[in-house]
Ligand binder design. Structure first.
Ligand code: GLV
Ligand code: MN
Ligand code: MN
Length: 413
């Protein structure tokens, strides 16, 4: 068979993505499949049934990462691995993460129905809690597997209700037996939507990230003094929400103040007790700082901390800061990045080199195995929202690039 003519089935990929999008479907056309929720469990069960249909050997590790393996001619050789994540943001989209999982499934279905014998085993993966929205940090499953995050620390991370990752894995039946530890991988490919506007703007179909920006997460706790809003004079108040409001604006102003390539965001805030007639006594908010430059966020954070302390002092609202998580910028494997580029070219898709502004499981994996990613355009550059969209033909294009990258790696000695 002339392998260069082989293509995935776009209709099947679309049907599979649409079937999966029913789980946790939101009225606005997105999905709500928070990590280790009932919806995540249901989606994992469906995913497993699809892996069984093509007779993959299934492994579930201690942090709930799901692997499916198709044998090669020489099973002593390290496998080629591909996948992404099933979990979503609250009111997230139907493509973030899941395209990389079901794209890899479509590749395996294509390989299987054509009875192809690869030299190396080919494996698919769903990494646990990529999003980091219900439980921080993000990239938890891939981080533990790559031995960059401690398993027991991850087990103990709690959501806003105090439910822990370890307990929730147990509850949904996905705390597996396999040690969550890296093993040799010959090549890791992750297909993903771009989640930004560049490919669309440039009229390109395939994005080829050279790497991923550095990411820094902080949790800030501001302590004020609650009181009745009516009888309490304005002078002398210790209003935790007003202090937080001033701090949040400092976060927003930070990139312009520092110059260089950086973004900074407060996306989550909890105000206590959150009553219209009580002066806020406590606020918890998050800070997310990202940059392609590794040094800039550290300098920016030092500035920001000084500003926070000044505001806390001025308003009499003491501050506690948790430096929750940080990952350095990563560069992908040049040989695999080049392969993605050449494959896109061979298949006739215009491509563009870029970097990923989103965190990706590929970030941790690239620290322990040769890694590359394949991006496809996001309509209007929208992501982490219900209206997140990618054209079906672009999903198919990205999956065809994935197919041919996987096949080349899987045939390598
Ligand atoms: C993950 O989706 C992130 O970029 O935060
Ligand atoms: Mn993602
Ligand atoms: Mn995401």
């Amino acid at each position: 068979m002339d392998l260069s003519k082989l293509r995935v089935k776009g209709d099947r990929l679309r049907n599979t993505l649409e079937e999966m999008a029913k789980i946790g479907a939101t009225p606005g056309g997105g999905v709500n499949r928070l990590a280790l929720s009932d919806e995540d469990k249901q989606a994992r069960n469906l995913f497993l049934s699809w892996l069984r249909e093509i007779n993959l050997e299934i492994m579930i590790d201690e942090v709930g990462n799901i692997f499916g393996r198709r044998s090669g001619k020489n099973n002593s050789l390290a496998p080629v691995l591909s996948g992404s994540h099933i979990d979503s943001q609250p009111k997230g989209g139907r493509f973030d993460g899941i395209l990389g999982v079901l794209g890899a499934l479509e590749v395996l279905r294509t390989i299987q129905e054509n009875h192809l014998e690869t030299l190396r085993p080919v494996m698919i993966v769903n990494w646990t809690n990529e999003e980091g929205t219900r439980f921080s940090p993000a990239l938890a499953g891939s981080g533990v597997w790559a031995e960059k995050l401690d398993r027991d620390w991850i087990y103990a991370r709690a959501d806003i209700q105090g439910k822990k990752i370890g307990e929730e894995l147990e509850r949904i039946g996905y705390r597996g037996k396999q040690p969550a530890q890296k093993w040799p991988v010959h090549a890791y490919y992750e297909l993903h939507i771009e989640q930004g506007p560049i490919l669309e703007k440039e009229g390109k179909i395939i994005g080829i990230p050279a790497g991923i920006v550095s990411l820094h997460w902080f949790d800030v706790y501001v302590e004020g003094k609650s009181n009745q809003v009516g009888p309490t004079p304005m002078e002398g108040r210790n209003d935790a929400l007003c202090a937080a409001a001033e701090m949040i604006l400092k976060v927003n102003e930070l990139p312009a103040k520092m110059g260089g390539n950086m973004v900074a965001t407060v996306g989550e805030i909890h105000n206590f007790p959150n009553s219209r007639n009580i002066i806020p006594g406590r606020v918890h908010f998050t800070v997310d700082i990202r940059s392609w430059d590794d040094d800039l966020p550290g300098r920016a954070w030092a500035e920001l901390k000084k500003d926070f302390e000044k505001i806390a002092k001025k308003r009499g609202c003491p501050l506690r800061i948790e430096e929750t998580w940080s990952v350095k910028r990563v560069s992908f494997n040049e040989r695999l990045v080049q392969r993605v580029k050449e494959t896109a070219e061979k298949l006739g898709f215009p491509s563009l080199p870029m970097v990923s502004g989103a965190g990706q499981d590929a970030g941790y994996i690239s620290q322990v195995a040769p890694t590359a990613m394949i991006f496809v355009p996001s309509i209007d550059g929208r992501s982490h929202v219900e209206v997140e969209e990618t054209k079906w033909e672009d999903c198919t294009a990205g999956t065809n690039v994935l197919l041919h990258c996987i096949l080349q790696s899987a045939m390598e000695e």
